[in-house]
Design a protein around this ligand. Structure first.
Ligand SMILES: Nc1ncnc2c1ncn2[C@@H]1O[C@H](COP(=O)(O)OP(=O)(O)O)[C@@H](O)[C@H]1O
Ligand SMILES: C=C(OP(=O)(O)O)C(=O)O
Ligand SMILES: [K+]
Ligand SMILES: [Mg+2]
Length: 578
C-alpha cells in the first residue's frame, strides 16, 4: 500500500496580520520546505495529506442522543457550545479559558434543578453520582435533571457513575440521623447483626459479614482512612466492642479498614470481588441510563477493567461509555501501568488511598499516577479532600488552595469535589475556588512561558495512529512557538482531540465533533473546548463554516491565528481567521 505524505500550500485573500509577519520572518518552523505559490498570499495552509488513512481512521460509533439545545434546535447546521464557554470566550478571548476540568459529586446539597444549573454555570464539566449512597431512583432523578439542563440550556455536562465496590464500610445510622460524634474513650459497638428496628446507642452496622471473625482484639479500626480511630477491645459473637482513640465525626457508609501491628489487614479484603453483585446491577443501571463514564472502585488489576469493557461493549452496542479506574488501593499501585493501559481514564482517589498507604506517600503516588496517565494518554482526575474544610466553612484553608494549585500545576485533567458539593454548605463557593485557582495557576505558567518538557512516549499501535500522534505533537509545538490563539481539531471519535490535549499546549483546543456523546466525553479532558458541529471531509468548507458560525456568535475575531488539525485528512493548517 502506498503510504505517501503530500504537503500542499493553499492560499486565500490577503489581509495584513500577525501570522504573515511571523510566517514570513520565521526561519523554518517546519522540517519540510514551504513553497510560495503566490507572493500575495497571506494565509498559508500547510496540509499533510495521508490519503490511505482517511477511511481507516476513527469510526463514529453511536449517534449519541439527539440533543436539541436552544442554540441548535432551529438549525441543524449550527454549532453547539454551552453558554458559559460562549460568555467566557466573548469576554476574555481564547487564552483565558480554563484548561483544568471540574467534576462535582451530586448529593442532597446539589440535586435540585436550580442547584445543578448553578454548578453548570460555575463550570462543572462532569456530574458524579456515587452509588455508595442513595437509591437508584434518586440517581435516575439526578441524571434526568442533568439531561434536561443540557438540552434546555445548551450544556454538555457529562455523567459519571461511581460504583460502590465491595470494601468494608459502615451502614446508615437509620432514623434520619446523618452523622454521629465519637468522643475520646467512648465505647462503640461495630456489629454485623441485622437490626430490624433502630440501632442501639453508640452502635454501628458493618456491611461485611466476615468482619467479626476477621478482626482481633488489639487491632486498630480506621474510619474513613483515619478521620476517626478505634481500638478493638472485645469480640462478642456478631458484635465487636471498640474504644475511640481519635475522636471525630462518623458519617454514614464511611469506609472501614483495620490495622494490625502497624500494617493494613488485607487478606480477607483481597478475596472480595472488585465488582460486587450490587455493582453489576448498578452498572446495568448506568448502561441503561446511558451515563458517559463508569468509575470502578478499588480496582486491583487490568483484568477487571477488560472484563467490564467487554461487558459494556456487549450490552450497549455502539455506546461509548468510558471506564475510569479508581486508584485507591495498594494493589492498584502495584499494577498501575497495566491498569492505566486498560482503562479509559483514572481517578486518584486519595480518600481510600490514604487509608491504604501511609499518608505521606499519597503526594508521590498522585504525581506518579498523573504522569503515567499523561504518558499513556488517559484523562486523570485528582479527587478527595481538595477543599474539605469548605463542607463547613465558606473559605478554604491556605493549605487546601496550595493542594489544588499543585494538582493544577501537575496538569491533571480534572479536579473533583466530593462532600464539598454533595452535602456541604457551600457547593457553589467550593466550585468557584477550584475554578479561580485553576485559572490563576494556568495563567501564571503561561506568563512565565513554562512549556512543560515532559517526555511523551510513542503510544500508537498502527502506522495510521503514529501519523495522528506526530501531527498532534507537531501541531502543539507549532502552536506554542507561533503563539497561536487556538488549535482547532475536527475529530469523529475524539482521538485526535485527546492526543492534542496530552501535549498540554499553551492555547485552548477547540474540538469539533459531530456526536453529542463524544462532545460530553471530551469535557473531562484538559484544555479541550468541545463543540458539536456537523462537518464533512472537506476541510476548506469545514473551516469556513466554523469561522462564520463562531464569528456570528462573537466567539472569535478576524485576524486570530489558528492551527487546524483534522483526523479525516490528517493535516495541519496554519491560518488567520478571515
Ligand atoms: N447520593 C447521595 N445521597 C446522600 N448523601 C450523599 C450522596 N452522595 C454523597 N453523599 C454524601 O457526601 C459525602 C461525600 O461523598 P463521597 O466522597 O462521594 O462519598 P464517600 O464519603 O462515601 O467516599 C458522603 O459521605 C455522603 O455523606
Ligand atoms: C473518590 C474516592 O472514592 P469514594 O468517594 O467512592 O470512596 C476516594 O476514596 O477518594
Ligand atoms: K464509590
Ligand atoms: Mg474510595
Amino acid at each position: 500500500m502506498a503510504q505517501a505524505l503530500h504537503f500542499s500550500i493553499s492560499t486565500s485573500t490577503p489581509s495584513p496580520n500577525r501570522a504573515f509577519s511571523k510566517l514570513s520572518s520565521s526561519k523554518s518552523f517546519l522540517s519540510f520546505p514551504i513553497r510560495r505559490i503566490s507572493p500575495n498570499s497571506v494565509r498559508k495552509s500547510i496540509t499533510a495529506v495521508y490519503s490511505d488513512v482517511v477511511s481507516s481512521t476513527t469510526s463514529d460509533n453511536g449517534t449519541g442522543s439527539t440533543a436539541t439545545s436552544l442554540f441548535s434546535s432551529t438549525d441543524s447546521s449550527g454549532i453547539e457550545v454551552d453558554t458559559v464557554t460562549e460568555a467566557e470566550l466573548k469576554e476574555n478571548g481564547f487564552r483565558s479559558t480554563r484548561r483544568t476540568k471540574l467534576v462535582c459529586t451530586i448529593g442532597p446539597a446539589t440535586c435540585g434543578f436550580e442547584q445543578l444549573e448553578a454548578l453548570a454555570v460555575g463550570g462543572m464539566n462532569v456530574a458524579r453520582i456515587n452509588m455508595c449512597h442513595g437509591t437508584r431512583d434518586w440517581h435516575r432523578g439526578v441524571i434526568e435533571k442533568v439531561r434536561r439542563l443540557n438540552e434546555e440550556k445548551g450544556y454538555a455536562v457529562a455523567i459519571m457513575m461511581d460504583t460502590e465496590g465491595s470494601e468494608i464500610h459502615m451502614g446508615d445510622f437509620g432514623g434520619g440521623v446523618t452523622s454521629a460524634k465519637a468522643e475520646d474513650g467512648e465505647i462503640w459497638t461495630f456489629s454485623v447483626r441485622a437490626f430490624d428496628s433502630a440501632l442501639p446507642e453508640n452502635t454501628i452496622n458493618v456491611n461485611y459479614d466476615g468482619f467479626a471473625e476477621d478482626v482481633q482484639v488489639g487491632d486498630e479500626l480506621l474510619v474513613d482512612g483515619g478521620m476517626v480511630r478505634f481500638e478493638v477491645i472485645e469480640k462478642l459473637g456478631p458484635d465487636v466492642k471498640c474504644r475511640c482513640t481519635d475522636p471525630g465525626l462518623l458519617l454514614p457508609r464511611a469506609n472501614l479498614t483495620f490495622w494490625r501491628d502497624g500494617s493494613l489487614v488485607r487478606e480477607r479484603n483481597a478475596m472480595l470481588p472488585t465488582i460486587s453483585s450490587k455493582d453489576w446491577l448498578d452498572i446495568d443501571f448506568g448502561i441503561a441510563e446511558g451515563v458517559d463514564f463508569i468509575a470502578i472502585s478499588f480496582v486491583k488489576s487490568a483484568e477487571v477493567i477488560n472484563h467490564l469493557k467487554s461487558y459494556i461493549a456487549a450490552r450497549s452496542r455502539g455506546s461509548d461509555i468510558a471506564v475510569i479506574a479508581k486508584i485507591e488501593s495498594v494493589d492498584s499501585l502495584k499494577n498501575l501501568e497495566d491498569i492505566i493501559q486498560a482503562c479509559d481514564g483514572a481517578m486518584v482517589a486519595r480518600g481510600d488511598l490514604g487509608a491504604q498507604i501511609p499518608l505521606e506517600q499519597v503526594p508521590s503516588a498522585q504525581q506518579r499516577i498523573v504522569q503515567v496517565c499523561r504518558q499513556l494518554n488517559k484523562p486523570v482526575i485528582v479527587a478527595s479532600q481538595l477543599l474539605e474544610s469548605m463542607i463547613e466553612y465558606p473559605t478554604p484553608t491556605r493549605a487546601e488552595v496550595a493542594d489544588v494549585s499543585e494538582a493544577v500545576r501537575q496538569r491533571a485533567d480534572a479536579l473533583m469535589l466530593s462532600g464539598e458539593s454533595a452535602m456541604g454548605q457551600f457547593p457553589e463557593k467550593a466550585l468557584t475556588v477550584l475554578r479561580s485557582v485553576s485559572i490563576r495557576i494556568e495563567r501564571w505558567w503561561r506568563e512565565e512561558k513554562r512549556h512543560e518538557a515532559m517526555e511523551l512516549p510513542d503510544i500508537s499501535s498502527s502506522f495510521s495512529d503514529s501519523i495522528s500522534e506526530e501531527i498532534c505533537n507537531s501541531a502543539a509545538k507549532m502552536a506554542n512557538n507561533l503563539e497561536v490563539d487556538a488549535i482547532f481539531v475536527y475529530t469523529k471519535a475524539g482521538h485526535m482531540a485527546s492526543l492534542l490535549s496530552r501535549c498540554r499546549p499553551d492555547c485552548p483546543i477547540f474540538a469539533f465533533t459531530s456526536t453529542t456523546s463524544v462532545r460530553r466525553r471530551l469535557n473531562l479532558q484538559w484544555g479541550l473546548i468541545p463543540f458539536r458541529l456537523n462537518f464533512t471531509d472537506d476541510m476548506e468548507s469545514n473551516l469556513n463554516k466554523t469561522f462564520a458560525l463562531l464569528k456570528a456568535r462573537g466567539m472569535i475575531q478576524s485576524g486570530a491565528l489558528v492551527i487546524a488539525v483534522s483526523d479525516m485528512l490528517q493535516s495541519i493548517q496554519v491560518m488567520n481567521v478571515p
